[in-house]
Design a protein around this ligand. Sequence first.
Ligand code: SAM
Ligand code: SF4
Length: 464
Amino acid sequence: MKYINEAKIEELLTNSKPVTSGEVDAILQKAKSLQRLSLSETATLLAVETPEDIQKIFETAAWVKNAIYGKRIVLFAPLYISNYCANACRYCGFNSENKLVKRKALSQDEIKQQVEWLLNRGHKRILLVAGEAKPAGEWSLIDYYINAINAVYSVSVGPHKIRRVNINCAPLTVDEFKQLKSAGIGTYQIFQETYHEPTYRYVHPKGPKSDPNNRIEAIDRAFAAGIDDVGIGVLYGLYDYRFDTLAMLMHIEALENKFNVGPHTISVPRIEPAPGVEFTEHIPYRVADTDFKKLVAILRLSVPYTGIILSTRETPQLRDELVNLGVSQISAESNTAPGGYTSQEKEYFSDPQFAVSDHRTLDEVIGSLIQQKYIPSFCAACYRKERTGETFMALAKPGTIKGKCSINALITLKEYLDDFASDNVRTEGYKLIEQMKTCLTDREQKQLAAFFDEINRGIRDTYV
Ligand code: SAM
Ligand code: SF4
């Protein structure tokens, strides 16, 4: 696979055992200076097995996360628009061989209804998700995506609109990526699934996705088209998590060398049961919860400035733990069936891609974050102020972005509390805002007070 030197990864994995506590301490010391770790240092941490050393990794990851991002956690909702697919991915409910799945491609009106529902819950950030097949009646897949993005941005509920649309979709050409950028896309997200080529070829037997290089090069084409916020990921459970984690970091190094900037985000999905998909009942490299926590913490240390995204594939308990270990963005109240958000009310109905494990409402997720003293954030300021790619990293590295993140998070939290929260969440949220204000400088507190005045006067969607 392009960019991936499998032999080097195998060598790092076999050479890095056993690890002494002294070695772990030295690497964690370096991580605390917020420097990137090398592949070999990351391999050493991945080989750590003693509970004491794992605990040290967790504590350092929490420290690094707080140093760079402060206490904010960004919230979003996926919006599945179509489950038609030409690929036969062995792990996915939407695969073309799955005859049990009810297929649906949402029309623009149906997309708008979903968006209205999400806006009424308080959501501001959407991740569009689709299978890889042109729905009947559309000119092309890219036209379908562009129309979907336009439909999302066109919806208003009172003063509320979706502020950032990201997309997770099949690889496109440079021209098509340019169209996505012009439509106002935030992040282009694509998971390599596994970087281990024999496994990749086995789990993707048919369809355009069966070519691993076309997939890995999609990021290069997105950059070439001017999209500089890209998201990558591994589908954990397909192959050895240590191999795939190192390989993803090798991919990141290659991107940094080529484009001066790595991915904006990393996602860490684990395989979940999918209706009609036997593969998901016998996951070949199931990642245990302890290993999963370890790998998330190690990613936070290895690439300190990259956002880490966690979905509702995970349980509430584990998600609560993982926000402490380095996760910076989470989805909430997700549904993985096209039309799923309103399917109880409307007759159109389709099947989900996989089963989610966190069924809490957005309000409950926000309540739980507040209880843990995290600031739930719907901020989309960086992308709208063109702080993307290298510009974003230049602000993130000296820690400058943290002040902006905190102010914007508090603004969006107050908007949520005023407009959507349940009574209890509102009360607790206001208390948290008062506590968090004390962490701001005098200048930042004045700035925030001016924004809060505006919110009290009914103005929405202001940011720094
Ligand atoms: N069809 C596009 C593609 O595959 O790139 C984009 C959408 S696909 C629905 C989004 C992601 O869902 C995939 O990249 C894969 O990692 C993940 N996924 C597929 N099946 C899954 C399962 N059973 N459990 C958890 N995640 C799954
Ligand atoms: Fe299609 Fe994506 Fe599912 Fe594969 S993972 S079957 S490409 S929707």
